[in-house]
Design a protein around this ligand. Structure first.
Ligand code: CP
Ligand code: NVA
Length: 304
């Protein structure tokens, strides 16, 4: 069976835990080495990763490129608009062709189902690099960051404040798999999809009150109020009034609570400068951990 990494809820808890452990181990093993140093086991030796982007990206683009190099492989990056995909070639045909040319494909797509369709016919592993519905690689990096700074994720309480978006969905998928509790605070009109909420089961609580969600939490997480593809900027700014993660909100969390944001941040909207630049913020480690977590994902895919 080809090992795709499409969504956290589709993977076994034991596999997810093993991937996270491998991410930690790979980071520790290369401490002090230059970025281009190849991991001793080089699990991607002779392998080629295609990275396809339908949307903008800084972290995902650079971290996957760094990741495949550090695993001993090489990568090809393409904007979908430059491919025949951008002129209407079917996703499935693209998948059939790329399966003959590369060993794995990472896709950032506008429409989640396109990644599903790609994976259905691909004979090489497919990795979800963000869609309108989820962002599983981000959540692995986030959990890795929490564990690095605050110890095991199992038993922790995380508060999500803001939009019930793609990143929130993957957090909800992760909660029962990794044994943490997720308090989600969203305005009613921007709440998460019911299906994703159900995937979180009893590990997820939903409220419209950010203060209630953050009370006693070990980690506070937010993301942009206006994701790529969202058109209703003004309406969103109005709806999210009161959802800014500021120091007053952080003060309601547990003592020593951490702050995470997948970035890019919109300072003054979902988070204040004081919080993102303050002592609780782990956002730069979080960004770096995209490399280490994704190396573990790639190694897992190639081991299949
Ligand atoms: N967090 C994240 O995925 O960032 P990019 O959009 O820059 O890839
Ligand atoms: N929710 C954001 C995440 C960006 C990394 C978006 O989809 O634009």
């Amino acid at each position: 069976m080809v090992r795709h990494f499409l969504d956290i809820h589709r993977l076994e808890a034991a596999d997810l835990r093993a991937i996270l452990d491998d991410g930690h181990a790979r980071k520790a093993a290369r401490k002090g080495r230059p970025m281009g140093w190849v991991d001793a086991d080089a699990p991607a030796r002779d392998r080629v990763l295609a990275m396809i982007f339908e949307k903008n990206s800084t972290r995902t683009r650079f971290s996957f490129d760094a990741a495949i190099r550090q695993l001993g492989g090489s990568g090809i990056i393409a904007n979908a608009g430059d491919m025949q995909l951008g002129r209407g070639e079917p996703v499935e045909d693209t998948a059939r062709v790329l399966s003959r040319m590369v060993d794995a494909v990472m896709i950032r797509a506008n429409v989640h189902e396109d990644v599903e369709h790609f994976a259905r016919v691909s004979t090489v592993p497919v990795i979800n690099g963000l869609t309108d519905r989820s962002h599983p690689c981000q959540i692995l990096a986030d959990l890795m960051t929490i564990e690095e700074h605050r110890g095991p994720i199992a038993g922790k309480t995380i508060a999500w404040v803001g939009d019930g978006n793609n990143v929130c969905a993957s957090f909800m998928h992760a909660a029962p798999k990794f044994g943490f509790h997720l308090n989600v605070a969203c305005p009613a009109e921007y709440h998460p999809d019911l299906v994703d909420l159900q995937r979180g089961g009893s590990a997820v609580s939903l409220t419209a009150d950010p203060r209630e969600a953050v009370a006693g939490a070990d980690v506070v997480v937010t993301d942009t109020w206006v994701s790529m593809g969202d058109g209703d900027y003004e309406a969103r700014l109005e709806a999210f009034d009161g959802y800014t993660v500021d120091q007053a909100l952080m003060d309601l969390a547990a003592p020593g609570a951490a702050f995470l944001h997948c970035l890019p941040a919109h300072r003054g909207e979902e988070v204040t400068d004081g919080v993102i630049d303050g002592p609780a913020s782990l956002v730069w480690d979080e960004a770096e951990n995209r490399i280490h977590a994704q190396k573990a994902v790639l190694a897992w895919c190639f081991a299949g």
